[in-house]
Design a protein around this ligand. Structure first.
Ligand SMILES: Cc1cc2nc3c(=O)[nH]c(=O)nc-3n(C[C@H](O)[C@H](O)[C@H](O)COP(=O)(O)O)c2cc1C
Length: 315
């Protein structure tokens, strides 16, 4: 099975990415994983100012996955420009890189796009509209506010020609509507989904397991919500979709293709096995070969035609 995908005016050598916030800026994983075997990766979300993040413990596990409240710990705009992007520019050639940006206020997204747009080392922006761990926004995310989505994406669009990907939330009751808002505002693609808000409480004392109290749930338990969000967005827009949430290997990646995603990203799976993404690429080749599938894109469900079928019946 051929895995190459033409997207954003370039080629991805395969559809498997590492998800935002789970591989730092690439260099952190380069000792244990050959990044050049991947379709690409999405960086940790960067904010204008450096952030120390939320109080420890920031990560806890449960049977279905994990709960994190990292709180967008990141080096900020200046240090990312100075220390992180040059390393990516010099060391990552075949994998495609999306730079994730996040803000507490709408204008911060614009500052980030302006601050990064002239730099080398990345293909496009993934706009994190959906982080549930931003304590300043009390767990509410921009992705649940269509006006904010429109303003942020329109403002970013006006400031860059690069690919612009909007990352949406799993707990959006109208994710199809939000997908259309992002498309009208100028997004080139959508990533679905971010983590789902949750809490884990000690049974003996009722004390939250995470220092920040609540966190974002990821891993296998998120997969059904991720698939539903991708399928819903697929029906609502024609934009390319990046499917994220609970992908452990090739089978799950194919499920996301069936839902309509042309790229997939893994996060939590890499914590258990840093080679999970590389294994997924290898597994896809075997999966396709075993079933006589010529190309990955043959598995990707397109948006259903909008033609009205005459059923001959009365309604
Ligand atoms: C520890 C951790 C940190 C994350 N940080 C970010 C982040 O900075 N920006 C972002 O958009 N998503 C972040 N995410 C969400 C992931 O990119 C992904 O959407 C989510 O984990 C679901 O995928 P998974 O089930 O494969 O982990 C983070 C997830 C985890 C587990």
């Amino acid at each position: 099975m051929k895995l190459e995908i033409s997207l954003f005016g370039t080629e991805f050598q395969n559809p498997v990415l590492l998800a935002a916030g789970t591989c730092g800026f690439g260099m952190e994983l380069s000792e244990v994983l050959d990044l050049e075997t991947l379709g690409g990766f999405v960086t940790k979300s960067v904010t204008v100012e450096p952030r120390a993040g939320n109080p420890a413990p920031r990560v806890t596990e449960f049977q279905g996955g994990m709960l994190n409240s990292i709180g967008l710990a990141n080096p900020g705009l200046e240090a990312t420009r100075r220390d992180k992007l040059p390393w990516i520019r010099d060391n990552v050639k075949r994998a495609r890189v999306l730079l994730s940006i996040a803000g507490h206020r709408v204008e911060e997204f614009f500052q980030l796009v302006e601050g990064f747009d002239g730099e080398e080392g990345f293909l496009g922006f993934e706009v994190n509209l959906s982080c549930p761990n931003d304590t300043r926004r009390a767990g509410s995310t921009f992705a649940l506010d269509p006006d904010a989505v429109a303003r942020i994406i329109e403002g970013c669009r006006a400031r860059t020609q690069r690919p612009l990907v909007a990352k949406l939330a799993p707990n959006d009751p109208d994710v199809g509507g939000t997908a259309r808002v992002a498309e009208s505002a100028g997004a080139d693609a959508l990533t679905l989904v971010n983590t789902l808000p949750g809490i884990l409480l000690g049974p003996a004392d009722g004390i939250p397991e995470l220092g920040a109290g609540t966190g974002g749930m990821s891993g296998p338990a998120l997969r059904p919500s991720g698939l539903l969000a991708v399928k819903t967005a697929r029906a609502a827009t024609s934009l390319p979709l990046i499917g994220v949430g609970g992908v452990l290997g090739a089978r799950d990646a194919v499920s996301y293709a069936r839902a309509g995603a042309v790229l997939v990203a893994l996060g939590t799976a890499s914590f258990a096995d840093p080679r999970a993404a590389t294994r997924t690429v290898e597994g896809l080749v075997r999966w396709g070969r075993g079933r006589g599938v010529a190309h990955w894109t043959d598995l990707v469900t397109p948006r259903a035609g909008t033609a009205v079928h005459d059923t001959g019946g009365e309604s």
